[in-house]
Design a binder for this molecule. Structure first.
Ligand code: P6P
Length: 333
């Protein structure tokens, strides 16, 4: 008799604790999990099926799309558009909101996702992932673009799936953060990391140092102090990590603490940061806060940023509370 809690069992048990739960949300989460299992299989076989490499196209971000960016986007859309739980979707790979085809019923949820985050790593076989955020809308009515422009505090669920040495789903519905590992033998996500929490302190920072000349003084000061180590004002040595895959950085921070920064970048005023608010920063901010961490733009709590565009970019600083709050204090000086 298996003693491990499956994702399905976990969600249903949480649903029982939610008086008004109709079961729709439980079914939606199961549909997302099924899509991510399919993505895991597809990514794992990328080299075998010839799906690595560029798709010779660009997304709305002006970034060259990988073949797998498009394939995984289609897996998510095809897994969710018929279910009757959604009023619309937003994907990093598609310019406009994705409407639910008229032949399918519409539900009350909105799904926003980055189907393959870190895809620049896919050709070098490093960890990539899917990030998703769930909002609510008017039941049975096609969502308009403005229906998506909700602050991160309105999210009812956020999660990401890591396609790495193991496939894992990290999930929050506002009652803490839990990690599930895909048992490939039975095809079920099982609870392996209950109640994940981020240590308040850390001596490990993550940032792409090649952009240093474009950072604001506050970030320059924080990173310089880390590099000065025990000879500097922090009086301790720091370690650095940069995987270039946000899902991998956030998972590491959930397991041992740390601070991840993709800060304001002076290169292009129209792009205050690289990462996208609606389907990268906000879902990660919900998860990080639920795990006792902090996520900010440097000047504002991420979850309180008022969106103006479904693909807008923001500076992101997240992780161990005391380190992130130090960076915020440097922005205030
Ligand atoms: P850079 C991946 O493309 C991504 O969106 C995040 O997952 C990651 O943290 C960042 O960009 C990496 O950016 O400039 O180091 O390649």
């Amino acid at each position: 008799m298996s003693t491990q809690t499956t994702l399905t069992q976990f969600i249903i048990e949480q649903q029982r604790n939610t008086a008004e739960a109709s079961g729709d949300f439980t079914l939606l989460l199961n549909d997302i999990a099924a899509a991510c299992k399919r993505i895991s299989h597809t990514v794992n076989r990328g080299a075998i099926t010839g799906m690595l490499g560029s798709a010779e196209s660009e997304n709305v971000q002006g970034e060259t799309q990988k073949e797998l960016d498009i394939v995984t986007n289609d897996i998510m859309v095809d897994a969710l558009n018929w279910t009757g739980h959604l009023a619309g979707m937003v994907s990093e790979e598609i310019d406009d909101p994705i409407a639910i085809p008229s032949e399918y019923p519409k539900g009350k949820y909105l799904a926003l996702f980055d189907p393959l985050d870190g895809s620049s790593n896919i050709d070098v076989n490093l960890t990539v992932g899917t990030i998703f955020s769930i909002l609510t809308s008017t039941e049975g009515v096609d969502a308009k673009l403005s229906d998506f422009l909700q602050q991160g505090t309105e999210q009812v669920c956020a999660g990401f799936v890591l396609y790495g040495p193991s496939t894992m789903m990290i999930l929050t519905t506002g009652q803490g953060v839990n990690g599930f590992t895909l048992d490939q033998d039975v095809g079920e996500f099982v609870l392996t990391h209950p109640n994940m929490t981020i240590p308040e302190d850390s001596r490990e920072f993550s940032i792409n140092m090649s952009n240093q000349r474009f950072w604001e003084p506050a970030v320059q000061q924080y990173v310089e102090e880390c590099i000065q180590g025990e000879e500097g004002p922090r009086g301790e040595n720091f370690n650095m990590r940069w995987v270039a895959s946000m899902v991998a950085e956030v998972y590491r921070i959930l397991t041992r603490g740390g601070i991840f920064m993709y800060p304001f970048d002076s290169r292009d005023p129209s792009k205050p940061g690289k990462l996208r608010l609606m389907y990268e920063a906000n879902p990660m901010a919900f998860i990080v806060e639920q795990a006792g961490g902090v996520c900010t733009t440097g000047r504002q709590r991420m979850l309180e940023v008022q969106p103006t565009d479904i693909h807008q970019r923001v500076p992101v600083i997240l992780g161990s509370k005391n380190e992130v709050n130090r960076v915020v204090s440097y922005h205030q000086e």
